[in-house]
Design a protein around this ligand. Structure first.
Ligand SMILES: NC(=O)c1ccc[n+]([C@@H]2O[C@H](COP(=O)([O-])OP(=O)(O)OC[C@H]3O[C@@H](n4cnc5c(N)ncnc54)[C@H](OP(=O)(O)O)[C@@H]3O)[C@@H](O)[C@H]2O)c1
Length: 317
């Protein structure tokens, strides 16, 4: 089954996730959705915004006058990116917060001490670590960053978001999640062989399911997950070097990859869509490939949230 899923997914990816896929989809965009949209007075938190899609998103939001909170793990890289964003946007409301998303204690502490208004949270930071690696807390690194970090940051910021008018949470997942069925039994990847691409895709599936569950539970916030397509970013260059070399000319620019994030964060059109959906190129798309048998049971989906809640609480200060 996984070979079938991977093959169908690759064919789909070559058609849709590439630069030409973006260009074809963009013909159907409604330009008015983002044309002239100003974001003065609205605040956006973007994790992993010193690089790639997160930086392109932060830049676009700052260009439109939004207050941008950059959440990054490296002070040096964050400050360099902030300088560029400020210079280009002439917007001084860009703030840096240093946080390692794979450290659950730090995520709690940061979220609990964040006392500024927040309209939109963009869970963008992510990683694909190809060798099994554990954090200080003995958490598998991909899971700690992509799933648990996202889980804690989002749940801890819900009270702040609920104070906003038109609050939104956007999680940058990946189309790679289509190759995965939720596996709640081995979240830390302790069993069997370790394949970083598959672990990453499993985390991205978990993000999509969490988004659906949060949407059902918190009706006053608009949640979405999304796939940016295949964009030429440092992550793709370093974590998938052979894919990057083969696909180089076909990859999207960072701005193309960030387009749907910006659309979900800033347009009025996005919140006319139901909460909890998975987007690609400004359109809600299916979360399963045809005949892929990748749907989890409601019990497993509930269990995912329950296990994460229990684990998260262990690190709560
Ligand atoms: N590019 C694509 O084709 C593609 C496709 C599907 C999904 N995505 C998703 O898009 C998102 C952005 O990735 P990208 O392609 O733009 O790659 P990128 O340029 O490498 O950006 C990833 C960002 O996440 C940050 N990050 C990673 N681990 C972190 C941690 N523990 N704590 C805090 N920040 C951390 C990185 O910080 P450092 O600079 O310090 O490493 C960087 O700022 C990811 O969630 C990725 O899975 C990308």
């Amino acid at each position: 089954m996984s070979m079938y899923r991977n093959a169908v997914w690759l064919v789909k990816g070559l058609q849709e996730y590439t630069k030409s896929g973006y260009e074809a989809a963009a013909k159907h965009f409604v330009p008015a959705d983002l044309e002239g949209v100003r974001l003065d007075g609205r605040s956006f938190m973007v994790t992993g915004s010193n690089s790639g899609l997160g930086k392109a998103t932060a830049q676009e939001l700052a260009n439109r006058g939004g207050t941008v909170h950059m959440v990054c793990r490296s002070k040096e890289r964050a400050e360099a990116a902030k300088k560029e964003i400020e210079e280009q946007s002439k917007n001084e409301n860009v703030h840096v917060h240093i946080l390692d998303m794979s450290n659950p204690r730090q995520v709690w502490e940061f979220a609990q001490s964040f006392d500024k208004p927040l309209d939109v949270l963009i869970n963008n930071a992510g990683c694909m670590v190809n060798q099994r690696e554990e954090t200080e807390e003995h958490l598998e690194k991909n899971f700690a960053t992509n799933t648990l970090g996202t889980y804690i940051l989002t749940t801890a910021l819900l009270p702040a978001l609920k104070k906003a008018t038109d609050p939104r949470v956007i999680t940058v997942s990946s189309g790679g999640m289509l190759t995965q069925k939720l596996n709640v039994e081995d979240l830390q990847v302790e069993k069997g062989s370790f394949d970083g691409t598959m672990v990453y895709a499993q985390n991205k599936r978990q993000q999509v399911i969490l988004t659906e569950r949060w949407a059902a539970q918190h009706k006053d916030i608009h949640f979405s997950s999304m796939h940016p397509g295949w964009a030429d970013t440092p992550a793709v260059q370093t974590s998938m070097p052979s894919f990057h070399a083969k696909m180089q000319n076909k990859l999207r620019t960072e701005a193309m990859g960030a387009d749907t994030v910006v659309w979900l964060a800033a347009s009025a059109a996005a919140v006319k869509q139901p909460s909890g959906l998975f987007f690609q190129d400004r359109k809600a798309v299916a979360t399963h490939l045809p005949l892929a048998f990748s749907k989890a049971t409601p019990q497993d989906e509930e269990k995912l949230q329950a296990v994460l809640e229990e684990l998260a609480l262990k690190f709560k200060p």
